[in-house]
Ligand binder design. Structure first.
Ligand code: FMN
Length: 172
């Protein structure tokens, strides 16, 4: 099993470091894409140091795209997990947007994509987001969580990112 981990700009993105560490402990190979907004929350240095490999984030990267890297990343991995998944990436993907590396790779994928949403409870409950989630489920994509619990904003409700262990259990 090789996993493509796509990290997005949620306050929960620090947990993706634990997901990567869990993969390492379990000898699961991975590639990592991070959206540009991820780097508003965690640094590239931290992420690449933990990953111990290059983290991809540029669509128009000459070195990568000489080999059509966005297609290769989508094909080389047996599973794709968006961890955490923002309201933004869920909605853009559901509507066919592909204006960054993560989305282009996701649209080019030939397998179901797993989403682990993380957001404020009202964002998660918003009918726009729920419609997009329903549509993605209808066409075969999978959602893991979100959990109920205390949220980073201080509110309590549904929108909490599931733990990395649960993600790996479900991928198996
Ligand atoms: C402090 C802070 C925390 C945020 N946390 C979340 C979050 O947990 N979930 C979410 O969907 N958006 C969150 N956002 C908004 C996203 O960062 C924003 O929608 C961004 O465009 C997401 O980009 P990406 O999906 O390309 O990574 C947060 C924004 C800020 C400033």
């Amino acid at each position: 099993m090789k996993i493509l981990i796509i990290i997005t700009g949620s306050v929960g993105c620090y947990k993706s470091l634990d997901l990567i560490r869990e993969c390492q402990k379990k000898s699961i190979d991975y590639d990592v894409i991070a959206t540009k907004n991820t780097f508003e929350f965690i640094s590239r240095l931290l992420l690449e140091t933990i990953c111990n490999k290059q983290v991809y984030s540029e669509l128009f990267d000459l070195d990568m795209e000489k080999k059509i890297g966005h297609i290769k990343l989508a094909r080389d991995n047996s599973n794709i997990i968006v961890y955490p998944a923002t309201a933004n990436i869920i909605s853009k993907f559901a509507n066919g947007f592909c204006n960054d590396l993560a989305l282009t790779c996701m649209i080019a994928a030939n397998k179901p994509i797993y989403f682990a949403p993380a957001m404020n409870k009202e964002m998660w409950a918003n009918p726009i987001i729920q419609n997009n989630v329903d549509y993605l489920k209808k066409i075969g994509h999978q959602f893991i969580g979100p959990d109920d619990g205390s949220l980073a904003c201080g509110e309590y409700g549904s929108g909490r990112l599931v733990d990395p262990g649960e993600v790996l259990n479900q991928l198996k």
